[in-house]
Design a protein around this ligand. Structure first.
Ligand code: PGA
Length: 219
């Protein structure tokens, strides 16, 4: 009977997310689509600035990001943890050290995401708060490219742990044990405050909140 009711929910659900979310959201989305075959989901994967543009233009039902905008017309609900780590090539001299002082980061070249990326915003904010100089070696437009460049010895980077776990070059990379790290943040479900939540959007949000524990261990 429940299956019948679920089958009755029909229509299109538009979601846009920042790039790091692509490492975990599609799996839950797949499960959701199987359970609600009448709901047709589209997912845009963009960097933070581009997701914010879509939000401003009211282009989607739901937005997912790590750094929600700080404005009153937006509601942001944290739903799963976002752990930020510093990655280095496995052979790096700091790789074996414990409790590395943050000041040691100042001597290291860093690889950053492009302007407009939420990940980049967090690195810049962090260095600023710690009063450290950021030594930018290179800017790259994707987390995969950053991992490759770090593995190739170009420098260190800060990424969300969910994007580091993902692929087979893991043994070329390591997570540094830096004082104060990992940094614990959240991923947020963001919506325009004035926009009424559609039944489909609410159905997906409820589903996401009910299933986060499936993902939690990896985050
Ligand atoms: P990004 O976003 O994909 O733009 O770096 C990540 C985030 O918002 O935390």
């Amino acid at each position: 009977k429940i299956a019948n009711i679920k089958g009755l929910k029909q229509g299109k659900l538009k979601i846009s997310t920042v790039t790091t979310v692509k490492y975990f959201l599609p799996k839950i989305l797949g499960m959701f689509c199987q359970e609600y075959p009448g709901i047709d989901v589209s997912l845009e994967v963009l960097n933070r600035n581009r997701v914010l543009e879509r939000l401003q233009h009211n282009q989607d039902d739901i937005y997912i990001m790590g750094v929600p905008p700080d404005t009153e017309d937006v509601s942001a609900e944290p739903f799963i943890k976002n752990t930020l780590v510093i990655i280095a090539p496995s052979g790096h001299p700091l790789a074996q050290q414990k409790n590395i002082p943050v000041s040691a980061l100042e001597n290291e070249p860093f690889i950053l995401r492009e302007q407009g990326s939420g990940t980049r915003l967090l690195v810049e904010k962090l260095f600023n708060e710690l009063n450290l100089q950021l030594n930018v070696r290179m800017e790259l437009g994707s987390n995969e490219a950053i991992k490759q460049a770090v593995a190739g010895g170009m420098g260190l980077s800060l990424l969300s742990k969910s994007s580091v776990n993902i692929d087979a070059n893991q043994n070329e990379l390591c997570i540094l044990d830096v004082e104060g790290f990992p940094i614990k943040r959240h991923w947020y479900i963001v919506r325009l405050q004035d926009k009424e939540v559609s039944v489909l959007a609410q159905t997906f949000i409820d589903y996401l909140l009910e299933h986060v524990d499936l993902l939690d261990a990896k985050m």
